[in-house]
Ligand binder design. Structure first.
Ligand code: RB5
Length: 148
């Protein structure tokens, strides 16, 4: 598995924490910034990560901003992206099993690095269940194909 990861200025600490997790899990990653302490615009980071997932350059994406909300809204504009905003371990597992989410978004002003690490670990290691969920995820893809 290869993962693209990015944050804005509001998510740098959790991004560092998740990079150390990816290294511990021996997961290849592409760190796509940001590289600054000054204020940046989250779409400039969310969209390139989402594009990499959508075009198959990487398997998954992880995005962090202050709330995780802006990153998730932006990422979900890219066709083929199912970005889940997650701040608890139950949802981390459920969104992989049920939604086959391919991008994870978290907010550093919402949760701390320890919980973010556990969420990312579950999200990275939980398999999609398919079955009845595939019908539902398929309906989202159908809509996307018909309206884009
Ligand atoms: C930046 O101030 C903040 O708006 C951003 O990190 C994020 O929370 C947006 O949704």
């Amino acid at each position: 598995m290869k993962v693209a990861i990015a944050s804005d200025h509001g998510g740098i600490n959790i991004r560092k924490e998740i990079i150390s997790l990816l290294e511990e899990l021996n997961i290849e990653y592409d760190d796509m910034g940001c590289e600054c302490d000054t204020s940046v615009d989250y779409p400039d980071y969310a969209l390139p990560v989402a594009e990499k997932v959508a075009n198959g350059e990487v398997d998954r994406g992880i995005l962090i901003c202050g709330t995780g909300i802006g990153m998730s809204i932006a990422a979900n504009k890219v066709k083929g992206i199912r970005c889940a905003l997650v701040h608890d371990m139950f949802s981390a597992q459920a969104t992989r099993e049920h939604n086959d989410s391919n991008v994870l978004s978290m907010g550093e002003r919402v949760i701390g690095p320890g919980l973010a690490r556990e969420i990312a670990k579950i999200w990275l290691t939980t398999e999609y269940q398919g079955g009845r969920h595939a019908t539902r995820v398929g309906k989202i893809s159908e809509y996307e194909n018909e309206h884009n």
